[in-house]
Design a protein around this ligand. Structure first.
Ligand code: HEC
Length: 192
């Protein structure tokens, strides 16, 4: 099993480096570590909010809670950590979470790494990029679909859940995922 992991990581590194014509600094360890803990914080709070809404009023209530609070919670974690943190996906539910060009590129790298058997826990990518002459730290970590997530993002959505989703998101693209798929990613940005 060692070989595919290494091969996947190598290709992730090579693909990730493409496109930067100027020599850019390496991301700082402090930024990577701060991004990791901010993502952990965001994940915990979103999960807690989802669980309490489920207990209060079931799936429909949970969908309402996600739609009203997910971006608010992301903004809170951003304010507390000084990083811009959010979630993104190639197939979004909320158009406000749509990926930019850099994020779209990283999804291709992650998909390739997943196909070649790279350990999910090891998958994350950081880079210092040039944005109009300024250096910006960027970091991304894929989010995989778990069993529980399939209720609202899977291939077999109940009519009630589908109706609750449709009521809020006219252009939802975020169903049809299989357990283990890359559902999206945590994404962090910090101008340096
Ligand atoms: C109760 C239904 C529900 C469950 C269960 C659920 N989600 Fe979501 N998910 C949503 C809603 C609603 C949004 C849109 C939130 C917003 O408006 O920002 C969303 C958004 C997302 C996004 C952000 C990108 C986008 O599409 O806008 C990701 C990533 C995501 N969910 C992953 C997961 C994962 C992983 C799980 C399981 C741990 C999960 N979700 C469980 C309803 C759900």
């Amino acid at each position: 099993m060692k070989y595919p992991i290494l091969a996947g990581l190598a290709s992730a590194l090579i693909l990730g480096a493409c496109g930067s014509s100027v020599e850019m600094p390496e991301p700082a360890y402090e930024d990577i570590s701060a991004a990791q803990s901010a993502a952990g914080m965001l994940q915990e709070r979103l999960q807690a909010r989802l669980m309490s809404a489920m207990q209060e009023g079931g799936i429909e209530e949970a969908i309402t809670a996600c739609s009203e609070d997910a971006l608010v919670i992301s903004a809170e974690v951003s304010a507390e950590t000084g990083l811009e943190i959010g979630r993104t996906s190639l197939r979004v539910r909320n158009p406000a979470n749509a990926p930019d060009a850099w994020e779209t590129e990283q999804f291709a790298v992650f998909e390739e790494a997943r196909a070649s058997g790279v350990n999910q826990m090891a998958m994350q990518y950081s880079e210092v990029v040039d944005e109009e002459g300024s250096h910006v730290f960027r970091w991304m970590k894929p989010i995989f679909l778990g069993d529980f997530c399939a209720t609202c993002h899977g291939t077999d959505i109940s009519p009630e859940v589908q109706a609750a989703i449709d009521a809020v998101y006219a252009d939802d693209q975020a169903t049809g995922f299989e357990v283990g798929d890359i559902r999206g990613a945590f994404t962090v940005r910090r101008p340096l």
